[in-house]
Design a protein around this ligand. Structure first.
Ligand code: BES
Ligand code: ZN
Ligand code: ZN
Length: 498
């Protein structure tokens, strides 16, 4: 995908060269001055006239008209140097990629050093470029019949820099791997539920295991019955699809200790069950496995980048359907932990499947737990569609997750979990817990319920109901699944090893 070259970028015959432009008094310095000279001062003129802008989020495609061997220059405005920000740079690069897509360009080059400033090292720039490029060029192929207007994707990128080529290559690799793991998560979420069942999820996990040498274990219904996973199995009762409890183990260390557990809600479709959703609420519920997708995307990144951190990933996967066999409100079920649960709402199914998945992750000796789930509509009301809601039983561990999310550029905001909240979750006349204590603070009720199964293990809950998909295209990709939290989880594993 990427080749790194040390020559002068505008002396090559590329279809387009992407150039970063900071908003400084003298726009063209160093190599850019040479470029301006080769363009007979035309670029300085175009800046004066406003055709090229160094302002943030501006992108200008300028034809070189034979003055230099390169065909076009694509200037990306990066704003003031002092305010340069890694994540904003990714957005700016994404905007440029969208322009290239429109022109159906097949190859591109980047003048990497033009993105470097005091806050942004050449490694940062390389990472930002490859990650943004990978994310922005994502497309979900879909199922339309072939059209006469074939898609053109950019397959070759030449990166020009004066810096050490090996170092730059390594940074490009990290960014690209992060984008590809995120894109895999996106594809899982975008795939309709009739094409991605629990068995399909298990197949995906098996493929990851084969590629990266993970240990894989897929529990079938009979084995789950033996282990007493009554909460997970209750949700599957209305389904004709066999449930799958998926576990992947990555063990770079000699001993299976200090294990990070990643648990992802894998409801392939959520009808709500007998507490059925209204018809408008059903559309889009193929995304109810966004947590599982994030965990699998993170495992892909972990498999590629090989951090020195033991990880167990656990994914409970089923759909939540209605039938004569389905579980019902008023049922009391017994989870693997032994805790009994009064079902008040079959649409609060995520916390039920996660309950047994958390216990199962502990059974696999997880010492830290992060669960990721499209758990509640409540979190969308509370935080909107650009913030993932978080809860924890351990502030120090939460800080680690928060740091990873900041490094990934994925916004996470903590919600409180008080003793009173826990009382509401434990309020049932006939069972240890109830699965739906009412509308008030219901994002907290959902997370808090999952936390009951973490017990004393340090735990962070990430509710991605608002962030797992978006209804509008952005610089870094089309509308639809975002793959949110794949990068945060992978970076958490990467950073824990330090
Ligand atoms: N999968 C939904 C949550 C959801 C809602 C995800 C909207 C994405 C967008 C979850 O299983 C659910 O139905 N939660 C209920 C819980 C309630 C019954 C306590 C909800 O949020 O309304
Ligand atoms: Zn539901
Ligand atoms: Zn759900």
């Amino acid at each position: 995908m990427f080749t790194v070259k040390n020559n002068l970028f505008f002396e090559q015959k590329e279809e387009v060269v992407i150039v970063g432009l900071y908003d400084r008094p003298i726009k063209f310095e160093g190599e850019l001055a040479k470029l301006d000279e080769a363009m007979t001062g035309e670029l300085t003129e175009l800046v004066k006239e406003g055709d090229i802008s160094a302002k943030k989020h501006e992108a200008a495609m300028i034809p070189a008209l034979g003055r230099i061997p390169v065909k076009r220059l694509l200037f990306i405005g990066l704003g003031k140097e002092k305010q340069a920000d890694f994540h904003e740079m990714k957005e700016a690069i994404g905007t440029a990629v969208q322009q290239m897509k429109k022109l159906k360009l097949a190859s591109a080059a980047v003048a990497l050093d033009s993105f470097v400033c005091e806050n942004i090292s050449v490694d940062d720039a390389a990472h930002a470029f490859s990650e943004a490029f990978g994310l922005a060029s994502y497309e979900f192929k879909g199922y339309k019949q072939p059209s006469n207007d074939p898609e053109q994707s950019i397959e070759q990128i030449a990166v020009y820099t004066k810096a050490n080529a090996e170092e730059v290559k390594a940074a490009l690799h990290v960014g690209y791997v992060l984008s590809q793991g995120t894109n895999s998560a996106r594809t899982l979420v975008n795939t309709p539920a009739n094409m991605l069942t629990a068995s399909g999820m298990a197949d995906h996990a098996k493929k990851l295991a084969e590629t990266y040498g993970f240990e894989v274990e897929i529990l079938e219904k009979e084995e789950m019955e033996k282990l007493g996973m009554g909460a997970f199995l209750a949700v599957n009762k209305g389904s004709v699809e066999p449930p799958k409890m998926i576990a992947l183990k990555y063990q770079p260390q000699e001993e299976w200790k200090d294990v990070l557990g990643l648990v992802g809600k894998g409801i392939t479709f959520d009808t709500g069950g007998y507490s059925i959703k209204p018809k408008d609420g059903l559309v889009g519920m193929k995304m109810d496995m966004g947590g599982a997708a994030a965990v699998l995307g993170a495992m892909e990144i972990i498999g590629e980048l090989k951090p020195d951190q033991n990880v167990v990933a656990v994914i409970p996967s089923t759909d939540n359907m209605v039938s004569g066999e389905a579980f019902k409100p008023d049922d009391v079920i017994t989870s693997m932990s032994g805790k009994t649960i009064e079902v008040l709402n079959t649409d609060a199914e995520g916390r039920l499947v996660l309950a047994d998945a958390m216990t199962y992750a502990k059974y696999h000796k997880a010492d830290y737990l992060v669960d990721v789930a499209t758990l509640t509509g409540g979190v969308v009301v509370a935080l909107g569609t650009d913030k993932t809601g978080a809860m924890t039983n351990n502030d120090a561990f939460f800080e680690e997750v928060l740091d990873a999310s900041k490094e990934a550029g994925e916004f996470v905001w903590q919600l409180p979990l008080t003793e009173k909240d826990k009382q509401r979750i434990r309020n049932s006349k006939i069972a240890d817990l109830n699965n739906s204590p009412g509308r008030e603070g219901h994002a907290i009720m959902g997370g808090g319920f999952v936390g009951e199964f973490a017990e004393d293990t340090p735990w962070v809950h990430l509710d991605i109901a608002g962030t797992a998909d978006m209804n509008k295209a952005g610089a870094l990709g089309p509308a639809g699944a975002t793959g949110v939290m794949a990068r945060t989880l992978a970076l958490l594993a990467m950073r824990r090893t330090k």
